[in-house]
Design a protein around this ligand. Structure first.
Ligand code: AMP
Ligand code: GLY
Length: 419
């Protein structure tokens, strides 16, 4: 079987890596891929934009691709699945109307509210004065969100009314016309990446992401500085509730709207101190870097799972098999990220890290001849497994310490909540 992975992040490196472990997968193409997928045995990068559907379809035709797996939200929200499906390709990832679950927070909130799914209280506004009046009435802390895709920059957790009101103005200035204001929830976050074929939904092992740049979960929000799985906060009892009260009603609500959703439903949950889960957001894709922690634990061949979703036979698939133990992924970033940073720094030590048993997923990298250079904010995601979190954490940091590039930055406390 030949697969084509769309995207260029650490998530896509992990997807290609896992797909190629399956005996059924003979070849993988990545559009456009990165330095990591370029070096992956059996994988070939194709330099095209992720939103260039016409050229992607041409490659899929020329290479006789059996399955297209879409990583990022932007091509999904622009309808890559609709486009390729209409040409007869099998595509893992929701159609444009389904991708609204991520691309429009207010659409997602309405769907969840109507389905009785637990979510924070809030309202959507097109008028900034009305939004500000609501904020003044509710008081702080309060959360202000842009409705559209904002690459992780559209959420402001405001500690004062003035800060929240200023956030409304700055989102409007940035061109967002719909603003969601919602209650601030306390608790611990967990990411449930579930696979669905539009009828059945099956969660992967729960993961926890570290979104803030600084140790102790402080500082600016990032795309994610590390992740670990299975997150102990998601006990079997909690997962059962999530399945019954959140995932299944979401799939049913999508179906009721005539949406045939075949892909990842990624629920970003806040679990309150007394164990009540609420959905902060849905994403229509695999999480990054959660994927780099979750997939190394998956024993079931990934292609079988994704094809079962695309062919709508997830129900008849045997239970997913997982390796025992814990996975910890530490993201190594360029100094300055998530603000300005320099690119083009020589990366060394990856083989040494791998010889300790770690897997190095590349994100913002590129090959220049045979030199590997940094080429983005999040450069690498280093994952190690251990019989427990303590061992996984020790193993991952031993590997990370062997990798060098000028200005490298990483958090030293990934997984601390799981110890
Ligand atoms: P989102 O993109 O909606 O997941 O928001 C990004 C981050 O903002 C989340 O991972 C949370 O850390 C935080 N956040 C979002 N909504 C809330 C909320 N209602 N209460 C507390 N924190 C929130
Ligand atoms: N790790 C957060 C995300 O993928 O959105």
């Amino acid at each position: 079987m030949k697969v084509l992975v769309v995207g260029n992040g650490g998530r896509e490196h992990a997807l290609a890596w896992k797909l190629l472990q399956s005996p059924q997968v003979e070849q993988c193409f990545c559009v456009p891929g990165n330095g990591g997928t370029a070096l992956l045995q059996g994988c070939q990068n194709i330099t095209l934009g992720v939103n260039d559907f016409v050229s992607i379809a041409q490659v899929a035709r020329e290479q006789a691709i059996d399955l297209v797996v879409v990583g990022p939200e932007i091509p999904l929200s622009l309808g890559i699945t609709d486009y390729l499906q209409a040409l007869g390709f099998k595509v893992f990832g929701p159609t444009q109307v389904g991708a609204q679950i991520e691309s429009s927070k207010s659409w997602a909130k309405t769907l969840m509210a109507e389905a009785g799914i637990p979510i924070p209280q809030g309202e959507s506004f097109t008028d900034s004065q009305a939004a500000k009046a609501y904020i003044a009435q509710q008081g702080a802390p309060i959360v202000v969100k842009a409705d559209g895709l904002a690459a992780g920059k559209g959420v402001i957790v405001a500690n004062t009314v003035a800060e929240a009101q200023a956030a409304v103005d700055s989102l409007i200035t940035d061109g967002f016309s719909l603003i969601v204001v919602e209650e601030f929830l306390i608790g611990e976050e967990v990411s449930i990446l579930a696979l669905t074929d539009g009828l059945t939904v099956r969660p992967l092992v729960p993961a926890q992401d570290h979104k803030r740049i600084g140790e102790g979960d402080t500082g600016l929000n990032t795309g994610g500085m590390g992740a670990y799985a299975p997150a102990p906060i998601a006990t079997p009892a909690l997962l059962q509730r999530v399945q019954r009260e959140i995932l299944e009603p979401t799939v049913a609500a999508l179906r009721q709207r005539g949406i045939d959703y075949r892909g990842v439903l990624y629920a970003g949950l806040m679990v309150s101190p007394d164990g009540e889960p609420k959905v902060l957001e849905y994403n229509c894709r695999f999480g990054d870097p959660e994927t780099q922690a979750v997939l190394p634990l998956l024993e079931t061949p990934l292609d079988e799972l994704l094809l079962a979703c695309v062919e709508q036979r997830l129900e008849s698939l045997p239970p997913l098999q997982w390796y025992s133990g814990s996975a910890v992924c530490v993201v190594m970033a360029s100094g300055g990220y998530p603000g300005d940073y320099e690119k083009g720094k020589l990366i060394t030590g990856i083989e040494d890290a791998q010889s300790l048993g770690a897997t190095v997923f590349q994100a913002g990298t590129k090959l220049d001849g045979n030199r590997l250079l940094s080429d983005g904010g999040r450069v690498l995601g280093v994952t190690a497994l251990g019989p427990d979190f303590q061992a996984g954490i020790e193993a991952v940091y031993s590997a990370v310490e062997l990798i060098e590039f000028e200005g490298k930055y990483y958090r030293r406390d990934i997984g601390y909540r799981a110890r």
